[in-house]
Design a protein around this ligand. Sequence first.
Ligand SMILES: NC(=O)c1ccc[n+]([C@@H]2O[C@H](COP(=O)([O-])OP(=O)(O)OC[C@H]3O[C@@H](n4cnc5c(N)ncnc54)[C@H](O)[C@@H]3O)[C@@H](O)[C@H]2O)c1
Ligand SMILES: O=c1ccn([C@@H]2O[C@H](COP(=O)(O)OP(=O)(O)O[C@H]3O[C@H](CO)[C@@H](O)[C@H](O)[C@H]3O)[C@@H](O)[C@H]2O)c(=O)[nH]1
Length: 453
Amino acid sequence: MVKICCIGAGYVGGPTMAVIAVKCPAIEVVVVDISKPRIDAWNSDKLPIYEPGLDEVVKACRGRNLFFSTDVEKHVAEADIIFVSVNTPTKTRGLGAGKAADLTYWESAARMIADVSKSDKIVVEKSTVPVKTAEAIEKILTHNSKGINYQILSNPEFLAEGTAIEDLFKPDRVLIGGRETPEGRKAVQALKEVYAHWVPEENIITTNLWSAELSKLAANAFLAQRISSVNAMSALCEATGANVSEVSYAIGKDSRIGPKFLNASVGFGGSCFQKDILNLVYICECNGLPEVANYWKQVIKINDYQKSRFVNRVVSSMFNTVSGKKVAILGFAFKKDTGDTRETPAIDVCKGLLGDKAHVSIYDPEVTEDQIQRDLAMNKFDWDHPMHLQPTSPSAIKQELDYQKIFDNMQKPAFVFDGRNVVDAEKLREIGFIVYSIGKPLDGWLKDMPAIA
Ligand SMILES: NC(=O)c1ccc[n+]([C@@H]2O[C@H](COP(=O)([O-])OP(=O)(O)OC[C@H]3O[C@@H](n4cnc5c(N)ncnc54)[C@H](O)[C@@H]3O)[C@@H](O)[C@H]2O)c1
Ligand SMILES: O=c1ccn([C@@H]2O[C@H](COP(=O)(O)OP(=O)(O)O[C@H]3O[C@H](CO)[C@@H](O)[C@H](O)[C@H]3O)[C@@H](O)[C@H]2O)c(=O)[nH]1
């Protein structure tokens, strides 16, 4: 029986391994993590992450050929294929701080693999890493190899949160990069055979290591760039009376552009886009390509602009101050169908409003109050380190929450600011609200109160 061990039981490690286990009953899959609470949760009825369809998949194979354990070394030693799916956050200090990927967790996983292995291993990079990381990992492993043969593969993950199970069941493509040597090709083939249990062969792409590593960063950069492009248009729409939804629809009908990822928003969030673009920018700078670095940096600048433009719109429309005013925030995670708050634009919006002394009440059905408190107290980039390294919840910014706000109970004029273009603006206007929708023709009130980002 082939044995797979995945280091890192997070948003990627948990769902990807559960899907491998359910699709390959003859393979034993063990997911290991240094975080005991996380592993306990994977072994309980309340899984540590919320993803539609995940519960069913885990229940179908947990205890059969899918296991979750903190006994990291034992399972790594026994495995034939080791996936490494640990976090690769943005560095907060030292060389490349604020841009480069922090490979501390990756390096310690690699050193541990070198320490405990007694048989040949295929080591798969599942985490998103800078180009050439495989070379560094190879050095760590072979330097301490004790005659063991290691093959490093890059197999980046393209799942999106909220649709992880759907994406894993039917991936647009699976990408596997490996060394162009006989041993490298054999390792690529072994991993290909795992995916071939359910992914059509033509959707499994094989490349060299560096192409696979770079393709992951490039895919995220292209996706984020589309959002920044449409968000940049949304500002122009507001200034001209055009409607961004109509513009998106019209351009998306061009088959060369396509309709997806053209929804204007308060800005993209999530643990990947910003981190991976910053990483790309850093790699460009390190390779003496400042023009290319600046090009991609602009995607993040527009995203920051969009978030502050939204806050400024809120503040300016309420007579240039929200001090003492009650603002209800509906939704805090970075997108629907997830409880993940990493880099959610809601943090920037709430911090902007709190900075102007608003009284903020926040509700999200998938996010705990404790998590929201922690997010609003944390410094930029600190969120993507394992939970046990994060500060515990403070009480300083705790405010009374009130979910009962309806028009009749609100002070007038009453406002709704829609950062996702999800409310029925016309209906709300009929009730009497002043409504701001990103990139849509402005209500008279908002036109008279120009917001400067
Ligand atoms: N979240 C996504 O949607 C997504 C999608 C594609 C790729 N990625 C990439 O996948 C990687 C993991 O992302 P994630 O969202 O799953 O992160 P995560 O923080 O949810 O999970 C990472 C886990 O690794 C564990 N860990 C860290 N060091 C360890 C060690 N030495 N030994 C054992 N366990 C260790 C942590 O405790 C944590 O539980 C990142 O590189 C990310 O960029 C994420
Ligand atoms: O038209 C759109 C589409 C998305 N978003 C926002 O963009 C962010 C990211 O959304 P999405 O890409 O759906 O979720 P992620 O889980 O961050 O997935 C991205 O990041 C993952 C981690 O690398 C990759 O694996 C996925 O392919 C890539 O889509 C969210 O805040 C969305 O609200 C928009 O504002 N407008």
